[in-house]
Design a binder for this molecule. Structure first.
Ligand SMILES: Nc1ncnc2c1ncn2[C@@H]1O[C@H](COP(=O)(O)OP(=O)(O)O)[C@@H](O)[C@H]1O
Ligand SMILES: [Mg+2]
Length: 332
């Protein structure tokens, strides 16, 4: 086995690439007909030369629009898919060699996939998982007691998985994946579709788990609340390539193409219905208060004009909210 000193990164990915051969669709009916007779394929790079490192104990958000290559990357790191090119090491292991020693050190949880036995009571499903990993009964009991308490599903252990709510099932999935106490967690949309309360519980739990167990976590989520609450660092992937790797706050600096300007002014009698569209998007317009979303490059000019045109009492310029910036980045 490879040595992996504790100061080495937990995850090291270098030029990781995975292509798929997919059926090429032709436009229109004629195209479909021709396609039926003569299938043509093309190669698409789902993951295209991705490199990054994650330190032990870090919790990193892995973000990107649909189809960007997040799941494919996580599957390779979990050893479920072979890469077309490139390297990866997780705790010193090459994931797709599928060494038993590696299997015992990580877990992959997918929000859209059920890994538990549908017809069994949750507890039995967990027990089966424990058997697979050879976890001693006493440790199993202790872990299940602790985790069900934290995730607030203690009284759901005797309910069959089929009958659990989506939130409860996800919590059981998480518990199942943590029974063998993995050092690395790959979480692919773990809160997707959950009700707000469950989402919050799972989020809190992950934060606590990462802080106390020093588990290394790579997390994808479309909910910015998750990312905000959990990740100081994010890696952004788009079209299979990394477009950003750094602190979450820097995303705004780097990618926001607008700012928010708010003015408060003394409303002159009779002056109503100002046309403000020319400055940018109007977020708020009430008597004496205007809030505008303005292109970055025009902020100074717009401020000057506002000061000229209105008896301004107060002016405030804010950075764009990170949610909006990311939505804008992905909104293509
Ligand atoms: N098994 C597969 N066969 C063909 N194409 C695939 C397969 N898995 C993923 N892809 C394609 O690879 C790209 C990346 O997919 P994925 O990694 O699931 O993206 P994400 O998780 O970021 O939404 C998408 O274009 C997707 O259609
Ligand atoms: Mg995905």
């Amino acid at each position: 086995m490879e040595s992996n000193p504790s100061d080495a990164p937990a995850i090291e990915v270098s030029q990781l690439t995975r292509t798929f051969r997919v059926y090429k669709k032709r436009p229109g009916f004629q195209g479909a007909l021709r396609g039926l007779l003569h299938r043509e394929y093309e190669t698409v790079a789902a993951v295209d030369g991705v490199s990054f490192q994650v330190a032990r104990g870090e919790l990193v958000g892995f973000l990107g629009p649909n189809g960007a290559g997040k799941t494919t990357t996580l599957k390779m790191l979990a050893g479920l898919l072979y890469p077309t090119a490139g390297q990866a090491r997780v705790l010193g292991h090459v994931p797709w060699e599928r060494a038993d020693a590696y299997r015992r050190q990580f877990a992959l949880v997918m929000g859209q996939k059920n890994q538990l036995w549908w017809d069994l009571p949750a507890r039995e499903s967990l027990e089966l998982n424990a058997r697979i990993y050879g976890i001693p009964q006493a440790r199993f009991d202790r872990t299940v007691a602790e985790l069900t308490e934290m995730l607030d599903v203690r009284e759901k252990l005797s309910v069959s998985v089929r009958e659990l709510s989506l939130g409860e099932r996800m919590k059981m999935e998480l518990i199942a994946s943590l029974l063998h106490r993995p050092q690395i967690l790959f979480l692919d949309e773990p809160t997707i579709g959950l009700d707000v309360v469950s989402q919050q519980t799972v989020r809190e739990f992950l934060r606590h788990h990462n802080a106390t167990q020093k588990t290394t976590i790579l997390l994808t989520s479309h909910y910015m609340e998750d990312i905000h609450a959990l990740c100081e660092r994010v890696i952004i992937i788009d079209h299979g390539r990394i477009s950003f790797d750094g602190r979450l706050e820097e995303v705004v600096d780097r990618f926001a193409d607008f700012k928010l300007i708010t003015i408060e002014y003394d409303p002159a009698p009779g002056r109503v219905g100002e046309n403000l569209q020319r400055f940018g998007e109007v977020i708020e317009q009430t008597t004496g208060r205007i809030k505008l979303k303005v292109k970055r490059a025009r902020v100074i000019a717009v401020c000057q004009e506002l000061l000229d045109q209105f008896p301004v009492r107060d002016i405030d310029i804010e950075e764009a909210p990170i949610e909006d910036v990311i939505r804008q980045m992905f909104g293509r």
